[in-house]
Design a protein around this ligand. Structure first.
Ligand code: ZN
Length: 180
């Protein structure tokens, strides 16, 4: 054992001076023991995917550390790989859909903004009215806040059904509601 320790320590402690095996100090033996303990622990741990744990336990606890590493359950690499894949594979589309969800005005559960019937309470979502222009805005053709048409007629107090297909174009009707 002393020869083994010495051969491990020589390259580390050779400071150019006396390099006889009798010059080994207690500190050097402790360091050497930690190196060997850590190395053996690493070898035992490697077989279980726990090289790091083995190294540390071997370094600090020596033989006891080796026994602990040997008793540890091997890490199920297959399982950890598949579980990490599931998190990575979470589709971006699903994440975006979650962010877009709004609260049902009737039951407060999260639903998609386009929903006509709430999937949680089964009731029909009342359409929201379009946001009004600033107070005092006189009646006229304004840009349609539903964004479904270029223009919508504002009568000075409320949005009307009147919309146009283009500025100065044909007038037709579309109720001033939105579900978004
Ligand atoms: Zn609901």
């Amino acid at each position: 054992m002393a020869i083994l320790l010495a051969s491990v320590l020589m390259p580390l402690t050779d400071s150019g001076g006396s390099t006889s095996t009798t010059g080994i100090t207690t500190t050097q033996i402790l360091v050497g023991g930690a190196v060997i303990g850590g190395f053996v622990g690493l070898l035992i741990g490697q077989r279980k995917g726990r090289a790091g744990t083995g190294l540390l336990l071997g370094m600090f606890l020596g033989v006891i550390g080796w026994l602990i590493v040997a008793a540890l359950k091997p890490i199920d690499t297959k399982h950890s790989i598949s579980s990490s894949r599931t998190t990575v594979r979470r589709p971006a589309a699903v994440a975006n859909e979650d962010e877009r969800r709004v609260r049902c005005p009737l039951c407060a559960e999260k639903i998609l903004p386009e929903a006509v019937v709430c999937k949680h309470c089964g009731r029909e979502i009342p359409p929201a009215t379009l946001p009004s222009p600033p107070p005092g805005t006189p009646g006229g053709w304004l840009s349609d806040p539903s964004t479904r048409h270029p223009d919508r007629w504002w009568n000075g107090r409320a949005w009307t059904d009147w919309v146009r297909d283009k500025h100065g174009g044909t007038r037709y009707e579309d109720p001033p509601f939105t579900r978004v």
